[in-house]
Design a protein around this ligand. Sequence first.
Ligand SMILES: Cc1cc2nc3c(=O)[nH]c(=O)nc-3n(C[C@H](O)[C@H](O)[C@H](O)COP(=O)(O)OP(=O)(O)OC[C@H]3O[C@@H](n4cnc5c(N)ncnc54)[C@H](O)[C@@H]3O)c2cc1C
Length: 405
Amino acid sequence: MNKAIIIGAGPAGLSAAITIAENGVSVIVIDEYMKPGGRLLGQLYEEPTGKWWNGIKESKNLYDQAIAAGVEFKLQTPVSNIENQDGFWYVYTEDEVYTTSHLLLATGAAEVPLPIPGWTLPGVMSVGAAQVMTNVHRVKPGERGVIIGVNVLSSAIAMELKLANIDVAAITLPKMNRVTEKSGNPLDVMNSLLHVSHMAPSAFVKMGSKLMKNDFMKKMGITFYPKNGVKMWDIPIMLRKAVVEIYGEDKVEGVKLATITPSGEVIAGSEQNIEADFVCIAGGLYPLAELAAVAGCPFYHIEELGGYVPLHNERMETPIEGLYVAGNITGIEGAKVAISQGITAGLAIVNSMDGGKQEAKLLDSIKAIEETRNNAYIQFHPEVKAGKQKLQNYWNLHKKAVAIN
Ligand SMILES: Cc1cc2nc3c(=O)[nH]c(=O)nc-3n(C[C@H](O)[C@H](O)[C@H](O)COP(=O)(O)OP(=O)(O)OC[C@H]3O[C@@H](n4cnc5c(N)ncnc54)[C@H](O)[C@@H]3O)c2cc1C
């Protein structure tokens, strides 16, 4: 019997697998990591309701449900290529080639690196690596760290490091250059930061961010932003300082910080050293979509979704027969949205196999994605809905073009 294949055992892949298996269709999930859960494994935060979102527990729940439903897993198995021949997908791994008529890509996201002098020193890591060390492997990345890059992910992970009793000396900007044009610009960063102000434990920061609604107030805010930062969870968030260099003899010993103007230029002579034994680089996330590219799926660059995303519709179908996508490959959002998208992709696959019997459930699941998105605690891109609409417009254009030809 034809088995559906899912690449990626993150929240999107796991929820899709459960949905498919619970509807009586065999399914196998392939993942290169040794544990199921993907990036969900590293997540740990308190929601506004006071409930803790513990990624390890959530992953285990999903995995247990998948096993109970009869899902098969191939872990520690990277997929290096996919190909379509005569309506069948060939999924290449080191040991085996798997085939299916219905393939779901749920490969998640990757981190954007920021080149900074000294970034090859031992002790420098991506902020996601620090999250995995701390929350998944329970190993401290160091005693005192500096995070370079102020964004939703770095703010969330800084709080998680604090919970693990790790001192975060500062979250600060990278020195502006052609690569760090946006992440090194205080005004751009302030804009993005205003969207996480609801996560701030300080009423002062929450109130201050509400006042920053118009561009004039934002400019004033950044001009008079305290040079030593505003504290969130007792960590100074420095929007008027940038790291010009990470220094150390054989490993990280600290960072050289300079004061910057509101438009990001370094003020000469303002440099100071901050001691640290590890440094995290936080350049943001982008959809990990190479497998969709090798499959020949059309791509669009949509800033509001985090980069290049494979063309797909709200049913998580791509224009290529039998190829589906779900989770962060479709745009950067939190795990709950990924779970909802996985359910929709799973139902779309079953629907295609059983001649449309899941249509009503499928339509409900599409609405559920929207609701989950509206209630999301973490929002990586505030204009994600506009991004999704852009993609839907591209989809409609694509369908029209295909119909004309
Ligand atoms: C470093 C990092 C930290 C994050 N931290 C947070 C956070 O704190 N809070 C939050 O809400 N969101 C966070 N996210 C966003 C996160 O991606 C989503 O919350 C959610 O996990 C997305 O689910 P997903 O199933 O789409 O992808 P993921 O959870 O990323 O799962 C994708 C899976 O696909 C596998 N995979 C990828 N390529 C291949 C291949 N070629 N072969 C085999 N397997 C493959 C990976 O090993 C992974 O297990 C983070 C993302 C990253 C990259």
